[in-house]
Design a protein. Structure first.
Length: 572
């Protein structure tokens, strides 16, 4: 073979080019937040994925009584309830999409917060002419929240709702308007066979249509037939997930919800128990079974248009000079029109001339007049409102002398302030006890209001903080001088809430009170793990499962993290 001459300068150039090529090919690790679900042949990590199946119009109690095979098979590995609670809202046009419920489900925000009422999915905000700078507040849906944390994450949404798909789910990797439940199922099966979606939503409307046609009832054969057909679709989808090529390296959270129920006469969109009774299942192949049987409570709405008063000429509810008084109330707050709870100026909530519980920005404050013989007024914060859950507020005062007060304030049973002050209180306070009627831009609900003619020890307050429905068996019952429970069974003549203490004055509303049922989210109830699942609760569980940070201002909250130890089975 003939040898070729080698030119040294050429060798140097080639060497340099090779070095540059090697440098350019150096592999740098892609940050997880950027990588998302990028395929990697050497990636042995576990992929967490979510499949959310919504069954429009499935009444929880009816599904439980007619439980089909595949849903029944999910329960031993699920955290579930058939007593979930749909939105506190009323639909005026039952021929259109339930945009309010979908906005709640997809944003984790209460209907009173997101204010979506039609299929434009634009908040229905009443603009105050006095604040022309006011802006419409939009809340991100679950897809946007996922993508903000994982830009390369892929999502698929399949629903029959054109407005929802065009105006709310238009930010997904792919959104498809299905022509039937079977079409939706087929699209989902195809995706499970061929794609690696991080988040998938599919909505089936067969039960909803059957319910509207002949009643949301177990006696409606077409309604139950639709349930069984959808259950078959669920079984097919679960089988496809288990048969996926990388099934051993995937952890799927499968969620089944219904969003809204309906009545036996085929109507829906109201506030009746059956219209709000839904279901919610969180299935993971290594969960143990927990049926969540939480508690509900009623609350009355108070805002500038909804108020009430108690006549008090005998000063039963005075905290004035020489008097002892304890006030307890259980309340929850809605967010303001621009989001959050900080829009409020100085507005009274529960008040007499001499004392008040009022709002200033996000703070809930107790105020007591110094009185004719006092030196200092009391003005102290319970807490700054941070969420829309139910909380307990308590204040107690006593008069060791005619010119001083001992007082205590508690939030959820924890002491926030305890002091002795040179405050006497008014010598006379015969005015009404008033609730609501002021311009607080963050409306609030009160479940119970209790007033006692004594100040308790610390433990008694702590014990009372999570107690509802006090009976005459309570050791301090003789000190109760005012007890109003804001529930339908306590309403008389359309505007009056009866005082449960015999001979004491009733509470009268300025118009028919707006009473609504809510999940009991007092701290002790949340801690027990027995929860009523509301529509706001779905998104926080999805964010948790996909390792996306929770949103502190979201009305819903995460509870699946309490079972995180059941996700660590591979380490055992």
């Amino acid at each position: 073979m003939k040898k070729k001459e080698i030119n040294i300068p050429i060798i140097g150039s080639i060497t340099l080019m090779l070095l540059l090529l090697i440098a350019s090919c150096t592999k740098y690790e892609t940050p997880p937040a950027v990588a998302g679900d990028i395929p990697d042949s050497t990636d042995n990590s576990i992929k967490r994925r979510v499949l959310w199946i919504n069954i429009d119009g499935a009444v929880g109690s009816i599904v439980k009584s007619n439980l089909p095979e595949n849903l029944k098979g999910m329960l031993p590995k699920s955290k579930y309830t058939f007593e979930a609670l749909g939105d506190n809202r009323e639909i005026t046009d039952m021929n259109k999409e339930d945009a309010t419920t979908w906005a709640t489900l997809l944003t984790g925000m209460n209907a009173s917060t997101h204010k979506v009422k039609d299929d434009s999915y634009i908040p229905d905000l009443i603009v105050n002419p006095g604040t022309p700078e006011q802006k419409v507040k939009y809340y991100p849906n679950v897809v946007k929240l996922i993508n903000q944390s994982r830009p390369n994450a892929k999502s698929l949404c399949i629903t029959p709702h054109a407005g929802l798909n065009a105006n709310m789910l238009n930010n997904t990797y792919r959104t498809v308007t299905s022509t039937s439940d079977e079409d939706g199922k087929n699209l989902l099966i195809k995706s499970l066979e061929e794609e690696n979606m991080d988040f998938t939503l599919v909505s089936f409307a067969g039960m909803f249509e059957a319910g509207k046609s002949a009643g949301f009832s177990g006696n409606n054969a077409s309604y139950i037939t639709a349930l069984n057909k959808i259950d078959g679709y669920i079984g097919e989808c679960m089988a496809k997930i288990k048969a996926r090529k990388n099934a051993a390296k995937e952890d799927w959270l499968i969620i089944v919800t219904s969003g809204e129920g309906g009545k036996e006469d085929g109507t829906w969109g109201g506030l009746s128990d059956q219209e709000r009774n839904t279901l919610c299942i969180f299935y993971y192949d290594h969960y143990s079974s927990v049926e969540m049987k939480g508690k509900t409570l009623y609350g009355a709405l108070f805002d500038k248009n909804n108020s009430a008063y108690v006549s008090d000429p005998n000063q039963i509810y005075s905290a004035g000079a020489g008097r002892n008084l304890s006030v307890e109330f259980v309340a929850r707050f809605d967010q303001g029109p621009s989001g959050g709870y900080g829009d409020s100026e100085w507005y009274g909530m529960i008040r007499k001339n001499g004392w008040s519980i009022h709002r200033q920005y996000a703070a809930v404050i107790f105020y007591l007049e110094k009185g004719e013989n006092g030196i200092d007024k009391i003005q102290n914060n319970f807490t700054n409102i941070q969420n829309s859950l139910w909380h307990s507020y308590q204040v107690g005062t006593e008069s060791p002398t005619k010119t001083t007060k001992n007082y205590i304030q508690l939030y959820d049973g924890a002491i926030m302030k305890k002091a002795n002050v040179n405050t006497a209180g008014l010598n006379e306070d015969k005015g009404n006890l008033n609730i609501g009627g002021t311009n607080i831009p963050t409306p609030y609900y009160i479940a119970e209001l209790r007033i006692w003619d004594t100040m308790f020890d610390d433990k008694t307050y702590s014990d009372l903080s999570n107690q509802l429905n006090i009976t005459n068996a309570h050791p301090q019952y003789k000190h109760l001088v005012g007890y109003w429970k804001f529930s339908p069974d306590q309403l008389v003549d359309g505007r009056t809430i009866k005082n449960l203490i015999e001979g004491k004055p009733d509470l009268i509303f300025n118009n028919t009170p707006k009473l609504a049922s809510f999940a009991n989210t007092l701290p002790a109830q949340r801690k027990s793990g027995n929860l009523i699942i509301e529509n706001t609760m779905v998104v926080p569980q999805i964010l948790y499962w996909l390792n996306v940070g929770q949103v502190s201002t979201m009305d819903g909250f995460n509870f699946l993290e309490n079972f995180s130890h059941q996700e660590e089975w591979r380490q055992e």
